[in-house]
Write a protein that binds this ligand. Structure first.
Ligand SMILES: CCCCCCCCCC/C=C\CCCCCCCCCC(=O)SCCNC(=O)CCNC(=O)[C@H](O)C(C)(C)COP(=O)(O)OP(=O)(O)OC[C@H]1O[C@@H](n2cnc3c(N)ncnc32)[C@H](O)[C@@H]1OP(=O)(O)O
Ligand SMILES: Cc1cc2nc3c(=O)[nH]c(=O)nc-3n(C[C@H](O)[C@H](O)[C@H](O)COP(=O)(O)OP(=O)(O)OC[C@H]3O[C@@H](n4cnc5c(N)ncnc54)[C@H](O)[C@@H]3O)c2cc1C
Length: 666
């Protein structure tokens, strides 16, 4: 094929931008320093051939896993050689863009010891873990029990004679099943098990257990361990060794029980410390918060691919002598731009959630436990909302790219396959929304008792007003007023919450009500979480936003985010009498004009994510828009194209063809 000169097919598009893109890049990155680190690490990874990833879909499982081990070892080598800070190292891992055992080691094993270990335990285990002299994972879920943590069956029985715990898997369903990094790589795990002393069950707790020898990596006596097998998609999450694990009376010293929440004395007495027992779930709160930040990355990546390709792709019509760019179709805009707006919305709510998590952590250290329930509800709810939207959005972006979106070289199938389990891991999304609903029902029921709602539920203090207030929209331009929109989302959430609370109060047993009304409770929780995202976007815009035109673009995106939600959930807003059908129709008109406003800026708005072509891993999303020759190039790399006549022709194709010839002669 003819070699094409390097042409930037998106130059025209970029010249239309009406804002300072460099300033937007800094807003997106969360600051100048963050931008600089992220940019440097992205380039470092993109320029290193060890980190190539274009062959993942065609490697078999063993090659794929070995390749991941190689990349993780190389990443670690570079981290040491370049003396990277924790922030730089974590960005480097992010741009390597391949699920690996190191995610669980750094993302869960270290945090669980930090959060649930005593000072002595932290001093003993963390230095080894930081130097990667041991590799750890988080072994909570069992074959028969995932969502219901209190239902775990693995036992940790105290033996006072030897001052040890005996870790045991009493049934098949008690086998640990799913932990990432467990299958092949980990030498240690924090294992969640039922604490049994003197025949009494004291509920679950974490225990540090060595699984494999530090000399030859063989499983230690009493440990039965392996990988749980291939998961959804080629490549994708199969770089991760999710594992199974059974214990046959494995003994560990008493001081390997994580003892920040509960302690077991030498005599076998269980002492509950004064921190809330829910801190046993603290690592999940931490990871849920990181998953929200990650959602904006996955979503922005898919949106970047779909937006660039939509500007390159032309179908039907006539536009300056060419067919029309598909991005100019209103239907394409109405599917794509709300996703672009959601990517920015999730970025800002993720930033805020990180702040909330740091705040609750500091309070816990100062023994102020008052904001823990809210932090749990926010992390659970936003994890659920952002991952569900992102998973659906990646699939929508695939469809927005038409047939070519279905090719692995578009990057979208693998992104989808890697991303969808986020709706399940770290808490199934429905189970987590039910936790938010439970928190809201409790908050509303306590309103009369002088208990003041905190943080994101403060709006419930204005319940009387919110239950009656009319929506202040008279003309279309009123829909652009942030306070009008925020109050509307508050009113919708408050009205749905109160309606559900009333229905619940009719049940003599609250548990029966929760079972019967669970689908409605999920809708209530969703409305509350959407309110949080809308209000955090609005709050972000009240800060100083430097850069010409940047604030205007973000204001347009914020309005698109809120009004597209209104359109999607119109039933909620109309059935709670929050708006009239006339107001809904005005909102729709405003949305159309906002799409026109965003259209010339669309390419620059996705360029602001600053993704390298290596990270995007997509022919359709290439920065230069040179899609068609590169699609050919990728196709020619497929192993099927290595020979002109396919393997199997002589055995299977030729006989069939010959047989058909004979039949034809008959
Ligand atoms: C230098 C080099 C650096 C290199 C850097 C590399 C960087 C890499 C880093 C990568 C970083 C991060 C990536 C991380 C990787 C992610 C990969 C995916 C991993 C996936 C792992 C997992 O899936 S682990 C398993 C997760 N499991 C779950 O989530 C289970 C879900 N279930 C539950 O949480 C609970 O069972 C339940 C909450 C659903 C119910 O619990 P329970 O039955 O006990 O409770 P109740 O409902 O009765 O509630 C009792 C009260 O407790 C409150 N509650 C519940 N949970 C919490 C909580 N978490 N915190 C606080 N409070 C909580 C609840 O509200 C009730 O309160 P009251 O109503 O007041 O009684
Ligand atoms: C890729 C991946 C990586 C993972 N990594 C780890 C790891 O490192 N460590 C670890 O310990 N675990 C890990 N897990 C396990 C994960 O945390 C669990 O799968 C998750 O918590 C969901 O639990 P479950 O599988 O038991 O789902 P289930 O609870 O069995 O869910 C099945 C269905 O039942 C519904 N359901 C369940 N309970 C209720 C309820 N009360 N009300 C209404 N509906 C309900 C759910 O909505 C869902 O539709 C991983 C899982 C995956 C997919």
């Amino acid at each position: 094929m003819e070699a094409e000169a390097a042409v930037d097919y998106l130059v025209d598009e970029r010249s239309k931008a009406q804002f300072d893109i460099d300033a937007m890049k800094i807003i997106w990155a969360g600051g100048k320093h963050e931008f600089e680190v992220s940019d440097r690490m992205a380039r470092l990874v993109a320029s290193d051939p060890v980190f190539r990833k274009d062959n993942r879909a065609i490697l078999d499982r063993k090659e794929l896993f070995k390749n991941t081990l190689r990349k993780a070892a190389h990443a670690w080598k570079r981290i040491i050689e370049l003396r990277l800070s924790e922030q730089e190292a974590s960005k480097l891992r992010f741009f390597v863009d391949e699920p690996a055992y190191t995610d669980l080691h750094w993302g869960m094993f270290i945090p669980v010891i930090k959060g649930q270990g005593t000072e002595e335990q932290r001093k003993k285990w963390l230095p080894m873990a930081y130097r990667m002299q041991i590799i750890g994972c988080y072994a909570q879920t069992e074959l028969g029990h995932g969502s219901n943590v209190q239902g775990l069956e693995t036992t940790a029985t105290f033996d006072p004679e030897l001052d040890e715990f005996v870790i045991h898997s009493p049934t098949l369903t008690s086998s640990k099943w799913w932990p990432g990094g467990l299958g092949r790589a980990s030498t240690h795990a924090v294992v969640f098990a039922r604490l049994i002393t003197d025949g009494k069950d004291h509920g679950i707790n974490g225990f540090i257990v060595q699984l494999r020898s530090l000399d030859d990596h063989l499983p230690l006596p009493g440990i039965i361990i392996g990988d749980i097998g291939m998961k959804f998609g080629n490549g994708a999450y199969n770089t991760m060794d999710n594992g199974f694990l059974r214990f046959d009376h494995v003994r560990i010293p008493r001081d390997q029980m994580l003892m920040r929440v509960k302690q077991v004395t030498r005599e076998g007495k269980v002492v509950q410390s004064d921190v809330p027992w829910q801190l046993l779930y603290g690592t999940m709160v931490y990871v849920r918060q990181t998953i929200v930040a990650d959602a904006s990355c996955a979503l922005s990546r898919a949106v970047c691919i779909a937006t660039r390709y939509s500007a390159v792709r032309r179908q039907f019509g006539s536009q300056n002598g060419h067919e029309t760019q598909v991005i100019d179709y209103r239907t394409q805009q109405s599917r794509l731009f709300p996703l672009l707006a959601s990517a920015y919305a999730f970025r800002f709510v993720g930033e805020w959630l990180k702040w909330l998590y740091m705040d609750v952590t500091q309070r816990l250290q100062a023994r102020d436990f008052s904001t823990l329930p809210e932090a749990h509800a926010c992390t659970a709810g936003l994890k659920s909302l952002t991952t569900s939207v992102t998973a659906d959005a990646i699939e929508e972006c695939r469809k927005l790219c038409g047939g070519h979106g279905y090719l692995c070289s578009s990057g979208l199938p693998e992104l989808f396959a890697v991303y969808v389990p986020a709706c399940t891991y770290e808490g199934d999304n429905i189970v987590l929304l039910l936790q938010v609903a439970r928190f809201l029902m409790k908050t509303v029921s306590q309103l009369g008792s002088g208990e003041r709602p905190v943080g994101t539920t403060t709006y419930l203090l204005r319940l009387e007003h919110l239950l009656q207030c009319p929506c202040d929209v008279q003309g279309a331009e009123d829909w652009l007023k942030p306070d009008v929109v925020v109050q509307l989302f508050e009113a919708r959430s408050a009205r749905m919450t109160v309606a559900c609370a009333k229905s619940l109060s009719k049940f003599s047993k609250p548990e029966d009500g929760f079972m019967d009304l669970s689908a409605d409770l999920v809708s209530v929780a969703t409305a509350h979480c959407q309110l949080i995202v809308v209000s955090k976007f609005v709050e972000k815009l009240q800060q100083d936003i430097p850069g010409e035109g940047v604030k205007q673009q973000l204001e347009a995106l914020c309005s698109i985010y809120a009004l597209s939600l209104l359109k999607k959930h119109l039933g909620d807003f109309l059935s709670t009498s929050c708006i009239t059908s006339k107001q809904a129709s005005l909102a729709n008109d405003v949305l159309r004009s906002l799409y026109s406003q965003v259209r010339p800026n669309a390419i620059a708005l996705v360029d602001a994510f600053n993704y390298t072509d290596h990270f995007l891993g997509s022919v359709l999303g290439r920065y230069d828009g040179n899609v068609y020759p590169k699609l050919y190039e990728e196709a020619l790399k497929d192993p099927l194209n290595e020979s002109v006549v396919p393997d199997g022709y002589h055995e299977y194709l030729q006989p069939v063809l010959k047989q058909r010839l004979r039949t034809a002669r008959l």
